[in-house]
Design a binder for this molecule. Structure first.
Ligand code: SF4
Ligand code: SF4
Length: 583
């Protein structure tokens, strides 16, 4: 579901709508977070710095269903005059509170109440293969901005106490990761439920008895001046059911749901239609219906945690549509898009040397039933890809991107591409480059039926054997030494020549104690010719004449060098290292 912008847009996100992250960062909306924009402010560092008036939205369109639900947008002309109002889309659901947010006016934006989405942690105790947000705390810390360091219980209590003083009313939706892993969730809920309507989404595997033994009360009415009668308390517990996760216990899950239901809470069950658990859905749905519990099946397609690219086959999709509630189907129009293409490479097999940079070129033909909008902004597709070891498609080693100019590619039209691939750091071997189309950095056409094309990339390596007549060298400070030896080409092909006419030379780098340290001296000597075979030995004579060195132990790494371009060690060869002592 998207809202295309045709003029300047002001938005209530940032005034009455906020995403609060584990380290206290606050974002105006998910579009800002996903685009890696900086947060509006950090609660711990800055205190509350919400906007007073609706700020300008600089996204090209609003494309996140959840943000569209609760934010109101105003299209204005160059003088700031109102042209059009887009009310939050949630206004027909939960009317008594949604109207307070969805029907606000530009001249009087809602400042007395707000909608908060709070993630106290992005970590989780489950291992759902389809999880996009909590596949292990290390990855969460690394991949997700604002996830770490999590604020302490005392800090969160202080922050939410301030928010409760600042706003007369609010809606709090708690999510994660698994929010009940955070020690702060229950004490914060105990306080916030006294004044706001709260919702939580949880796998309900931890701390569930806290709900029935703390001061958290189920939803109930409260009279607030200027708002009339509004609900406060814990208005909904969305229990997410993950039967294929390690640690899931069906009896415990049922017990927890019933415990919460009998304590008077409104519970619902959410189930992810991941292909490997899709056909189990009717079993769980039947139990929910038997106990008068709402059951929602959400569609899922994407790359799972093992790297399998999964999309619904026709029978899976038909099955899903039979049991999914209709509002879920509508929200997943993108998921059910039909995509198809043909990828044609100019060179289906490419040979490169280790650490080379190459450009893979070709064309991709649009076989989808629609025109592709190509470009770099929201809603636009670009050619993208990923590199894998041959036969190991699930492990992406590099992701590849292009930045095409905005254009449309009609049905049967072709789009040229040039993918730059840096092979630096990749060992020699055979790789596959998979080419697909990508939208907004996350929607691959492969999720929607397209079959990526693959080119083969062979990364080749070179070798030599450099023999030195001396096992070690001793130098006096400021002194010189001469090294002699032979060099042979031990690979079955000529060494790479690089660009320019300057020939390869024998080179050496002197470093303190270890060859990986910064070189304190470099030396060169020309070779009378390049050796051609393992039997072909070419003699060399290398003069070591370093600047005055401190006394101590050094290492001399001897290799073949193309001046200013590469050392053969970068391309797989093993340099010969001998110790040097300055005494
Ligand atoms: S219009 Fe949408 S994308 Fe823009 S700030 Fe508002 S919620 Fe975010
Ligand atoms: S329970 Fe939710 S947050 Fe945790 S791993 Fe599963 S999908 Fe992710």
């Amino acid at each position: 579901m998207t809202l295309e912008f045709t003029g300047q847009m002001l938005c209530s996100a940032g005034v009455s709508y906020f995403h609060v992250y584990p380290n206290g960062d606050v974002y105006r909306c998910l579009a800002d977070y996903n685009a890696r924009r900086p947060p509006m402010f950090n609660l711990k560092r800055d205190g509350w710095k919400g906007a007073v008036d609706p700020p300008v939205c600089d996204h090209e369109r609003c494309y996140n269903a959840c943000d569209l639900d609760w934010t109101t947008k105003w299209q204005v002309d160059g003088q700031g005059r109102l042209e059009k109002t887009f009310e939050g889309q949630r206004k027909d659901i939960e009317k008594e509170v949604s109207l307070l947010l969805c029907s606000q006016r530009l001249e009087s934006p809602q400042r007395r109440m707000a909608y908060f989405i709070w993630s106290p942690t992005l970590a989780c105790n489950y291992t759902c293969a389809y999880c996009g947000c909590a596949a292990g705390e290390k990855r969460v810390r690394h991949d997700f901005p604002s996830s770490y360091p999590e604020l302490s219980v005392a800090e969160w209590i202080g922050i939410w106490s301030d928010i409760l003083e600042r706003f007369e009313y609010g809606i709090l939706s708690i999510t994660g990761g698994e929010p009940l892993l955070s020690e702060a969730t229950i004490p914060v809920l105990s306080r916030v439920t006294k004044k706001f309507a709260c919702y939580i989404t949880s796998n309900i595997s931890r701390n569930i008895m806290e709900f029935t033994r703390s001061s958290i009360r189920p939803r109930g009415p409260s009279e607030i001046e200027g708002f009339g009668q509004v609900p406060v308390g814990l208005a909904g517990i969305n229990c997410s059911l993950h039967p294929t996760s390690k640690g899931f216990n069906w009896e415990l899950f049922k017990g927890a749901v019933l415990l919460l239901q009998h304590a008077g809470f409104h519970v619902s069950v959410n189930y992810v239609g991941y292909p490997l658990q899709l056909y189990l859905a009717p079993t769980y749905k039947a139990w929910c219906e038997q106990n008068a519990i709402e059951f929602t099946l959400s569609s899922w397609q994407g790359v799972d945690n093992e790297g399998t690219v999964a999309r619904y086959s026709l029978p899976e999709r038909t099955f899903f549509e039979e049991i999914a509630p209709s509002h879920r189907k509508k929200a997943n129009e993108l998921v059910f898009m039909e995509c198809s293409y043909d990828v044609m490479f100019d060179d289906p097999v490419t040979h490169v040397l280790m650490a080379d940079i190459l450009t893979l070129t070709g064309r991709i033909r649009n076989l989808s039933p629609t025109v592709w909008q190509v470009g770099s902004g929201p809603g636009r597709w670009s050619v993208a890809g990923y590199l894998t070891r041959v036969g190991q498609r699930k492990k992406w080693l590099r992701e590849l991107r292009t930045s095409p100019l905005d254009c449309g590619v009609p049905q049967n039209g072709e789009l040229e591409f040039a993918l730059r691939i840096d092979t630096g750091g990749l060992p020699a071997g055979t790789y596959e480059v998979w080419v697909d189309m990508l939208m907004e950095g996350q929607y691959w056409m492969a999720f929607h039926g397209a079959v990526p094309g693959a080119a083969t990339l062979r990364i080749e390596t070179f070798s030599h054997e450099i023999a030195v007549d001396a096992d070690a060298v001793t130098l006096s400070p400021g002194g010189t030494a001469v090294l002699t030896g032979t060099v042979r080409n031990t690979c079955s092909k000529p060494w790479p020549e690089g660009a320019g006419a300057e020939p390869l030379k024998l080179g050496a780098r002197l470093s303190r104690s270890s060859v990986t340290g910064e070189a304190v001296g470099e030396f060169r000597t020309p070779l009378e010719r390049l050796p051609e075979t393992p039997e072909d030995m070419v003699a060399f004579r290398l003069v070591l004449d370093p600047e005055e060195l401190q006394r101590g132990e050094y290492a001399l790494s001897i290799d073949i060098v193309k001046e200013g371009q590469f050392w053969l060690a970068d391309k797989g060869a093993t340099a010969t290292v001998i110790p040097v002592v300055v005494a």
